[in-house]
Design a protein around this ligand. Structure first.
Ligand code: FES
Ligand SMILES: [Fe+2]
Length: 459
């Protein structure tokens, strides 16, 4: 799909375009998967195909650039039995390497993260600098090895929006090309590179990684799994907006509810007040929101919204006022982007909901054992805060070793439990396929892209 000839001032306006609603999609790609074979969630053979055709060839987020704040900071990334190191060099660049010594292959970094002036292999003490050059060989004069022949094996690494992306394929296309210009342009105004980590958890789950991706790509399960969200997020199929951008997609559901009897002004406002449980930046917006609401309360205490005004539009105004008042730049974002969560899928495993001032990501990776009935999910929330607040809000990553010992916020806990139930059902061999509804269009698209990769087509 091409960008319209006349570019809007704010890229987010593309998503306000009514022509990309469910009933008037500009692009309904051929090959959407309305029936998904259940074996792709359970078959060890398919897991092996995915490893070769998807995971070894695609860009994946391995962390935030601010986790590697200074030269020598490194972390590892595990993909099945493959291990990589990302490290910030003395020149401030972040590089990626295969986590193996060039002598006899010993793992260089056995921990998840650390800080080193160099990488020293503990086996026979060969050493490498932060840029991957071999710097020292024990008794080099007798070794018969030329140091310049044995640098660490490098792996493509780039950053975008503050995220570190790694691609295991040494011949990968550049990240910007992989994402495509529209993805880059739509995400840039959020200033994600300035966001700070306020929640970051990793835990092994008893489900396939695609069960996680599917669950986060549709709002159809809000009624069944998150009924408490219905008075603020009402994923009305007629109001949703979808856009397929190559292998990736963005969809948006307004933070809104049907007007009238079902959710009047008081219920709408109560819904916004409950949002902090799910959306960590909302508490910052609430004081201004309450001020605005008070203007519509009559002498008898009754709240009356004039035509066209809803709790959503007040939250939009409160969000823009608050963030701007904190000295943050949200001028490139539309009013809808002040409230509405836009759900991004960056193939293969990056799902993000983003609104002005905050985003939340869910990234499942296959379980290192290769068992298709398991995965490791990584969930994190980030906020756009002024420097003084950012320092105190920032958290370090948590790894949950004991399954189920961590309590997520309510909506995430509900998903956590639901996904593992789904995997248990999917394992029934009589069930050959899932049946996807039109509302779950993004899931159907995700599996279209997956089909393409499994057929051997690279992006
Ligand atoms: S394997 Fe690393 S120095 Fe021998
Ligand atoms: Fe959910």
């Amino acid at each position: 799909m091409t960008i319209e000839a006349t570019r809007p001032t704010r890229p987010g306006e593309w998503l306000d375009d009514t022509r990309i609603g469910l009933s008037g999609l500009r692009s309904d790609p051929a090959g959407l998967r309305w029936k998904i074979p259940t074996e792709r969630y359970t078959s060890p053979q398919i897991a092996v195909q995915e490893r070769e055709l998807i995971w070894k060839t695609t860009w994946q987020v391995v962390g935030r650039a601010d986790e590697l704040a200074k030269a020598g900071d490194w972390k590892t990334y595990q993909l099945f039995d493959q291990s990589f190191i990302v490290v910030r060099g003395r020149d401030d660049m972040i590089r990626g390497f295969v986590n193996a010594c060039r002598h006899r292959g010993n793992l260089l970094c056995a921990q998840r993260s650390g800080t080193s002036r160099q990488f020293l292999c503990q086996y026979h003490l060969w050493s490498y600098d932060l840029e991957g050059n071999c710097r020292g060989i024990l008794r080099e004069g007798h070794s018969g090895v030329d140091k310049s022949d044995v640098p660490l094996l490098s792996v493509p690494v780039e950053t975008f929006g503050g995220f570190i992306f790694l691609n295991p394929d040494p011949d990968a296309t550049p990240l910007a090309e992989y994402l495509g210009p529209e993805v880059v342009e739509l995400l840039r105004p959020y200033q994600m590179e300035r966001f700070v980590t306020v929640m970051d958890v990793e835990e092994a789950l008893e489900c396939n990684w695609k069960v996680v991706m599917d669950a986060f790509q549709e709002g159809y399960h809000v009624w069944g799994v998150h009924p408490q969200l219905l008075n603020v997020i009402y994923p009305d199929p007629e109001k949703g907006r979808y856009w397929f951008l190559g292998d990736h997609s963005v969809a948006t559901t307004p933070f809104d509810v049907p007007r009238g009897e079902q959710f009047g002004p008081e219920e709408q406002v109560a819904g916004i007040r409950k949002l902090p449980e799910t959306f960590p930046a909302v508490p910052l917006m609430l004081p201004r929101f309450e001020e605005l609401v008070a203007e519509y309360r009559g002498d008898d205490g009754t709240l009356v919204f004039p035509e066209g005004l809803t709790a959503r539009t007040l939250l939009q105004q409160a969000t823009r006022d608050t963030l701007t008042g904190m000295g943050l730049d949200v001028s490139g974002l539309t009013d809808n982007q002040m409230t509405d969560n836009q759900g991004w899928v960056l193939f293969p495993n990056f799902f993000m909901t983003i609104r002005a001032g905050e985003c939340h990501i869910t990234m499942p990776t296959p379980h290192p054992s290769g068992d298709p009935n398991k995965c490791v999910w990584h969930v994190a929330s980030y906020m756009y805060l002024p420097d003084d607040l950012a320092e105190s809000a920032k958290v370090d990553p948590t790894v949950v070793e004991e399954p189920g010992s961590h309590t997520y916020f309510e909506a995430l806990q509900q998903d956590y439990e639901q996904m593992q139930r789904q995997q248990a059902g999917l394992r029934n061999s009589r069930l050959e396929h899932e049946t996807i509804t039109r509302e779950e269009l993004v899931v159907a698209n995700f599996h279209r892209v997956l089909d393409r990769y499994l057929a051997g087509a690279r992006s």
